[in-house]
Design a protein. Sequence first.
Length: 599
Amino acid sequence: MSPGNTHIGRYEILGLIGAGGMGEVYRARDTTLDRIVALKLISEKLLADPLAIRRFQREARSASALNHPHICTIYDVGDWDGRPFIAMEYLEGASLRRRLDAGPLKLVELVRFAIDIAEALEAAHAQEIVHRDIKPANLFVTRQADVKILDFGLAKRAVAKAKSKLAGGDETETADENALSHPGLVGGTVNYMSPEQARGEELDARSDLFSFGLVLYEMATGKLAFDGDTQATIFAALLTAQPKPASEQNPAMPARLDEIISKALEKDRELRYQHASDMRADLKRLLRSIESDPRIAPPGVKLPTQSRAPRKWILLTAALFLLCLTAAVFFFRHASLRPANLKPRQITSYSSERPVATACISPDGKYVSYQMKGEINIRLIATGDVRTLKHPVSFTDQDEWWPVAWSPDGARLIANSIGARPNGMRAGIWGISVLTGAAIELRQGALASALSRDGSQIAMLTGGNDLNSEIWVMGSQGEDARKIAAAAANENSYYSRADWLPSGQRILAQKIHQAQSATEISVESIDINGGKPTTAVHDASKWVDFRLLPEDRMLYIAREPASNAADTNLWISPTDPKTGAPTGQPRRLSDLAGFWIAI
């Protein structure tokens, strides 16, 4: 960039953040959306190098395919005067590399940072993206003490045999791709490579976990696990040596952390952590034990001992403890029945002519998608930036659509559409790319009700003019659709909601029966592989809607009693994860007046 330029497209340059071999990064203002971004511009020296340009483009593609709070968000990709650029989330803070220059981290801070990194790797690996260059310089610690992964320039999608078989051919890597993946000898930074990376072998997600283990070791000790004067020395250590336990280098580190690092640094990847989620689970267990007992003794450190107390004081202490415990149980048992102090937070403001409806929040909590006047909008909650998704070309003026669910990785929306046609109403289920806005119709004549927790299956309502006399399930791409339940025509019944139990093998469905004297509402538990439905909730007559939550809980909306039946409030109930049946007393979450809530 020449010194006189103050704009790159719609971006106003505010200052240089840094420069390196690949190019420069500027602090800039997006003049269209009025927000601060980091603008990465490829170096002019590399414009004649097609592999460097492809690596730059790969970074944009890989990172933009991910939507996670611990991965730096890509906003825009473009070209300015022949030079590619990437506009990304502007972060304030410092790289982990700079933090480690001051020495090892404190234990609790280390474990919390590590959990963030593990969650980000889990999200990337779920999209079959291997980062291949996990190191402190590519990990950024924000002022809010969150960690974000940067620089997906060496990232690569793992080989997917199943996909290649479906495509009817072999999935191979071109010479250019190999060059991208292995600039010079091998890709990545020598001190943070896995053994298979050092040998130039095909990599998978487990390579990132080895590199993560090396970073974890350095976070604990302030030292590199494998170091040497030459690359050959470091390679030899990577392939044959074992580092000293972190607790020997830093007595403030517990043996449990040694175990996690040791498993991550297994030379044989078959013996290493197989998934980032497994590593995250062990780190969370470690954090729980630290927070429940801050005095966890590292190896070689003795906890202070106290002199033996007389027997009568021990008995008195025990009696006081039992009294306090009884009081605590009484308090929490009764306090749990009190409504929580929930305060609604308004994030949109539109007139009654343009009402907002059917909103759902992204898995990372950053975005909300909602319907307004028949259109789907995606709003960045923190800034208020809004993007409206374009209608499919097959839509008419009579069609409208609305969001139903986000995919677990936040990259895709499942949406419903409905519109009038000369021969009746036309309904459909759509899959929408959040990044590009491209929409694909997954099924006609049905409405999606819920996406399974792993994102692999959709529960939908179909059958009859009201589209809710039958429940079907299908794959997330519309494949393998099959009926699992139907309301008998002579029962005057229909379904109004279906949601997935954690196993992905059963569905809970709200069933409404129009009896002569009253409307009866129940909740059925349905095995998607066949069998007669069972009743999980016999009387749900006041229910408006429900959702199943993690940790075996059900959130539902209930009408208030007759004198105030126009109001609704939120309730929560523990549930059996296998059947969906309540396992305890429901608890009221909100105490709102004048609200009709929808979830």
